[in-house]
Structure formats: structure tokens, C-alpha cells
Write a protein that binds this ligand. Sequence first.
Ligand code: C5J
Length: 233
Amino acid sequence: MDLTITALPYEYTLPDDLSKLALVIIDMQRDFMEPGGFGDALGNDVTRLQAIVPALKELLAAFRTLGLPVIHTIECHQPDLSDCPPAKLNRGKGSLKIGDEGPMGRILVLGEPGNGIIPDLAPLPGEIVISKPGKGAFYATPLGAILAERGITHLLMTGVTTEVCVQTTMREANDRGYECLMVEDCTESYFPEFKQATLEMVRAQGGIVGWTAPSANVLDTFAAFRASEASPV
Ligand code: C5J
């Protein structure tokens, strides 16, 4: 049977083999989620982002229950910042720059406490964790090769922030031929109007970048799938 998720601008059809569907969780790291990190240093109210954690945790649990692929990303740089171009390093007038020592260690540097994924969404052994120096998760990472190797064709996009790393990654994925759906209540921005605009943008013009749907619709489809597996016709 064709499995679909009720979505905008129209229903999103899942691959015949569900193992070709991956959950992509972008940058749910302390740097963006907690006071003292990069997001905070740029002057943002980081507490706004906490609201998505329960829904994302539930969606992650559903993927784990079904044994489907999960990909986490972390925005980070090497300690010598050799992978951080001046255009990124010097951008903005925040209180702390990338590489500076902050309350959670060096800002956006791999391995520092602030660079870790929040405990609620900590990766399990075997889940893919992509360290990315850019906003998009395909740039300068093995993500494309990993997806190709596993035959993954469909991506559910979640994480923070909606209009920066999540949208950039979704656009990169769309151009590479992936069928992408942004999960509305599992992504957040420091700017509610930017989140709203992003959701509208990606699904405009017949889904020019992809689809959007609330996580409840994804969970409903998974429940239907499990019911069909339990009592095949
Ligand atoms: C930002 C991100 N906003 N993960 N990074 O700098 O969206």
C-alpha cells in the first residue's frame, strides 16, 4: 500500500521501503539552545527553541521504534578554526565570536561542552552524526555519500534554526533529488515570523522545495503502517 503523510501543499508519499526514509535533526546543540552559547551571544532569546523538544523527542522515539535511519548534525569547527572562513568568523557584532571562550567552552568548536547535542536528543550508538562547518549539512561533509550508500531518498527535516541551517539543508537536499518534508512543530527559529515565512516558502508553488506537516501527521502514518504490519491483508 502507498503510505502517505497528510501534508502541505498535498500529501507526501513515503518510499515503498521505509528504510529509505531518514529523520534529519539539525544542530540541536547547546550552542543554539542554551544561554551562554552562540545563539545567545548573537543577542537571541534562546529559550524560544526549547518548545520543540518534546515533539522532536517523540518523533525521534518513533523512528527508533521502527528502526529507521536517524541523522544528527552539529554545526562546529576544528579547534584551529582552519575550516571557518573569515567571512563566517568575522560576521556579526556578537559578544562572543566563533572560537572565543564562553561559559560552555569555545563557541562552535568541536568537542566543547556547548557543542554537544542536548541530552534529551542525544544520539544513540549507530546513529549518524555529521559535523558540519557550514549552514547546509551537505557542504564539506560526507552526508551525500552516506545517504547514497544507504539508498535513502526521503528526508524529514527538523531542528534549528528553521530559516538558517534547516532551510539551507533542505534546499541543498531538494537540489540533489531528495524528497523532503519539514516537520512544522519540530523546527524553531529565534524569529517566529522567519519560521512562518520558511514554512510557506518551501511549500509554495506546488512544493517548490518540498512539503510541511505537523509531527502528529507523521506519527499517524507510522501508526497506520504498524497496524498494517500487525495484520497484513
Ligand atoms: C545558525 C543554525 N543559525 N544551526 N545556525 O547560525 O541555524
